[in-house]
Design a binder for this molecule. Structure first.
Ligand SMILES: [Zn+2]
Ligand SMILES: [Zn+2]
Length: 338
């Protein structure tokens, strides 16, 4: 099969390799599309030492068709699917408490297990989620990135009547605003610096926007929301933005960190104490949340919103990566077609 193999940081190529072996309890998926995610660049450049195991085929936002399965999951053969990428032991205390992200042996397809920038990917049968008939393969690549902010909004205990600020206008930030709106929140604001994306998400959701290249985040938030927001979802992964987010958070508010932070952030712990604020972290999602994402896609969550803006054949991966990394050509989400 064809695959994009990252042998080690900064060394990646399209290669021809044997079809992967189908282990116990797993199914073989013929990949159709796989979304390109910012976290893939950390794999290419060697910036995610905590999670990535080389050599690795990246790709964790996939859709496809089950073409082979062991006895246990035979019924899935021929189904159009996506799936949950988290593979946990199922036996340790965090797993038994339903907190699979806390599993000491946690692995993730596309990070520490081979992913879907390939003709085929092996996925545990229990991770598979069937697609509703009206959800196209290209739309289904959004199930995984929708599950990420869905998990974050749940952990942060979002309430409809809260003032909510999403920081970052990448796909996770945009999908977070779309979800918060869908869940009934009305007082929404998104901060970013891609005016085209901000304009589009304002049209889709009615959210207020601030372009941080034009005005300082704290001033804009104060002007628009008066008091600080009740909930801030930080998706940029930039430590100075974390510091600013703590400063502008309202009393009793919650700051939820959803980015990948490779550095330390400065803030005054006593502000957190004096205003009884909460700072929490959110990592990927649980199985039921990606199921929920698929259900929401089936109900038309992103209908009429052109979120998957670009499709490139697998062979043109370098062009695809370039468009996403340099945010060329008004890209929001690009995917590779295999
Ligand atoms: Zn992703
Ligand atoms: Zn475990």
């Amino acid at each position: 099969m064809k695959a994009i193999l990252v042998k080690e940081p900064k060394s990646y190529h399209l290669v021809e390799m044997p079809k992967p072996h189908l282990g116990d309890g797993a199914v073989l998926v013929r990949v159709r599309y796989c979304g390109i995610c910012a976290s893939d660049f950390e794999i290419l450049y060697g910036l995610n030492e905590e999670e990535v195991v080389y050599p690795i085929i990246p790709g964790h936002e996939w859709s496809g068709e089950v073409v082979e399965a062991g006895k246990e999951f035979e019924a899935l053969v021929g189904k159009r699917v996506t799936g949950d990428n988290v593979v946990a032991c199922g036996k340790c205390l965090p797993c038994l408490r339903g907190h699979r992200n806390g599993c000491g042996q946690r692995r993730e397809i596309g990070f520490s297990l081979d992913g879907a920038y390939a003709d085929y990917v092996v996925v545990p049968g229990r991770n598979i989620i069937e697609l509703p008939a009206d959800v196209e393969f290209t739309t289904a690549v959004l199930a995984e990135p929708i599950a990420v902010p869905l998990h974050a909004l749940r952990l942060a205990r979002m309430e409809k009547d809260q003032k909510i600020l999403i920081v970052g206008d990448g796909p996770i930030g945009l999908l977070a605003i779309i979800l918060a709106r869908h869940l009934g929140a009305e007082d929404l604001m998104i901060a970013g610096h891609h005016q085209g994306r901000l304009d589009r998400v304002a049209k889709w959701t009615g959210a207020a926007t601030v372009n941080t290249h034009e005005s300082a985040l704290e001033d804009a938030v104060e002007k628009r929301l008066g008091s600080g927001p009740d909930l801030v979802l930080e998706t940029t992964g930039r430590p100075p933005v974390v510091s600013a987010s703590v400063r502008l958070l309202g009393p009793g508010g919650t700051l939820c960190l959803v980015g990948a932070y490779r550095d330390t952030a400065d803030f005054r712990p006593n502000d957190v104490v004096l205003y009884e604020q909460n700072i929490i972290g959110s990592l990927s999602y649980i199985h039921s949340e990606i199921e929920e994402s698929v259900r929401l896609l089936g109900q038309g969550l992103v209908e009429g919103m052109n979120i998957v803006t670009h499709v490139f054949p697998l062979e043109q991966y370098a062009r695809g990566f370039d468009v996403v990394e340099k945010r060329r050509d008004h890209v929001i989400k690009a995917c590779l077609e295999t």
